[in-house]
Ligand binder design. Structure first.
Ligand code: NAI
Length: 506
């Protein structure tokens, strides 16, 4: 399907943050835009704000003055919806309410031509529900931009049960023509990004609720080891806890209380207290004049280990061992014992976590002097790592593990003995969520990876990450988390079980 031609008019209802941003995108792409808002003055202030933004861009040399003027000239305030009669596409970005959006679409259907597409920028409502009462439900689709729309590349094109393929395909090509990257999804709770990202927040809230780690340290581990641009606590503070909590609740309710999306009591308290994050001056962190970020907890400088031995081979650890050698640590080699591949640092056994707590693992294996370390996006460049220590250990384990990583210039955060530590459990849950979404046809694996890297800036898409660390590890971590918590929240997706069974078939 070709994109909507630039000489066709686009109608936008709602001149708030999203509607104004989308109007700017469409006008920059050459369309005439008719912008309507029921609130007096809303359209004029949106256009005035856009003019100010353009002035800034022109001053910085990022936008030609004549292009800015022509773009603004293409945005026309609409007196009422009747002005939308010429539109090839009408996009609604009004209040997030099914009734209001249904009424609006019904009003629009009486005005526009039968082939005009009616698109919704909703981030949480069912597209099938929005189209229900229309004469031509096939023309309705989700056209979900991210905030701020002019800057964010990703657009989710969402098909409801009645959406015509031609409608979704036209929106896809139109998004491309507007310089965006579209991904296709079917109408399910949270679509792609807001669903797949739930564990990023959910696991952080769990760890904080269990007092396994503090917010500043958790964020530092997720960024410096996990490679995320922003930690979950800082990101929830930025999004606003009221919004983030509402999205989690919406997904939880829409999935009939699937425990995977169980909202956190900790966040509910923060919302109740008005600790919304940046916008209220206080969330996990304080904001505003004089606000200081709490310190990240790091282990004190420990002595360089006298002896490091690797038993057996675990290819996941090769980059770490290469870095150890580069840092001047001599790594002895021994054949694997019954305990499987592992590292011995002086008297301490060091393992990458497999989703068991260190205490449980020490009990299972008899390796009492045991420390576990977390997953890193790239062990050759990580600047921090989380470790945990078994309750059975005598006290030397933390220092030995810390000395090992510190000798390579990696800061060490000792957290309480939470299974799967921080990055590993989050990544395992993200991969599981993505596999489940693919199984249910929410979106293709390629689109899910694209959405998570472009829409929320993850360092790797969940499919790419899962194949890099191995789906067998992902499944082991989830099975162990499920055993530890006794909760269905950590159940492995049937798709994950199947892929691992196939990989490990004799
Ligand atoms: P907003 O509150 O900034 O703007 C909404 C505008 O719509 C207001 O100016 C309001 O006067 C107007 N409006 C409300 N009902 C109307 C009606 N029946 N007819 C005409 N105008 C009406 O909201 P925002 O943030 O721009 O969100 C709009 C939509 O986009 C919502 O569906 C929201 O869920 C979705 N969305 C929001 C994102 C965000 O980060 N803010 C991101 C992606 C989607």
């Amino acid at each position: 399907m070709p994109a909507i031609a630039p000489d066709r008019t686009i109608g936008i209802v709602g001149a708030g943050a999203m509607g104004a941003g989308i109007a700017q995108v469409a006008a920059l792409a050459g369309h005439r835009v008719r912008l309507f808002d029921q609130r007096d003055g809303a359209v004029d202030s949106a256009i005035a704000a856009m003019a100010k933004t353009f002035d800034g861009l022109v001053a910085k040399g990022k936008l030609a003055a004549d292009k800015a003027e022509a773009t603004l000239g293409r945005i026309e305030p609409a007196e009422n919806l009747a002005d939308f009669d010429v539109c090839a596409l009408a996009i609604e970005a009004i209040v997030e309410d099914v009734g209001a959006k249904r009424n609006l679409f019904a009003d629009l259907e009486a005005i526009v031509a039968p082939d005009c597409i009616l698109a919704s920028n909703t981030s949480s409502l069912s597209i099938s529900a929005l189209a229900r009462d229309l004469e031509y439900p096939g023309r309705v689709a989700g056209f979900h931009f991210f905030n701020p729309a002019p800057l964010m590349k990703l657009v989710e094109i969402v098909s409801g049960l009645g959406t015509d393929e031609a409608t979704a395909a036209t929106l896809c090509d139109t998004a491309r023509a507007w310089g965006k990257t579209p991904v296709r999804a079917i109408s399910t709770p949270g679509f792609v990004v807001n669903r797949c990202a739930r564990p990023f927040y959910g696991e952080a809230l769990r760890l904080l609720g269990e007092r396994a780690v503090d917010a500043a340290t958790l964020d530092a581990v997720m960024c410096e080891a996990g490679g995320f641009k922003m930690g979950p606590c800082a990101l929830m503070d930025l999004i606003g806890h009221d919004i983030n909590f509402a999205v989690t609740n919406a997904v939880y309710a829409a999935t009939f209380n699937d425990p995977r999306y169980l909202p956190a009591h900790l966040q509910s308290e923060m919302v109740a207290a008005g600790h919304f994050g940046r916008k209220s001056g206080r969330g996990f962190f304080a904001y505003g004049a004089g606000a200081e970020k709490p310190p990240v907890s790091s282990e004190p400088e420990a002595p360089k280990p006298a002896q490091v031995t690797r038993e057996g081979d675990d290819e996941r650890l090769e980059p770490l061992l290469a870095r150890a050698k580069e840092a001047g640590l001599f790594v002895h080699r021994r054949l694997a014992t019954e305990a499987g591949p592992r590292l011995l640092v002086d008297g301490t056994v060091l393992h990458l976590s497999d989703g068991r707590s260190a205490t449980r693992r020490a009990r299972d294996t008899g390796e009492n002097e045991l420390a576990l370390f977390d997953l890193a996006l790239d062990y050759t460049t990580a600047t921090r790592i989380a470790i945990s220590v078994a309750d059975q250990a005598t006290g030397q384990a933390a220092a030995s593990a810390a000395g090992f990583f510190q000798a390579m210039g990696i800061a060490v955060s000792l957290i309480d003995d939470a299974p799967g530590l921080v990055v590993l459990r989050t990544v395992a849950m993200l991969v599981n969520e993505a596999l489940d979404m693919a199984q249910h046809g929410v979106a293709s694996p390629e689109d899910i990876d694209l959405a998570m890297t472009l829409g929320v800036n993850y360092p790797k898409g969940p499919f790419a990450w899962g194949s890099e660390i191995g789906l067998d590890l992902v499944k082991t971590v989830l099975d162990n988390l499920k055993r530890h918590y006794g909760e269905d929240r950590y159940r492995a997706s049937p798709r994950l079980n199947r892929l691992v069974a196939r990989e490990t078939a004799p």
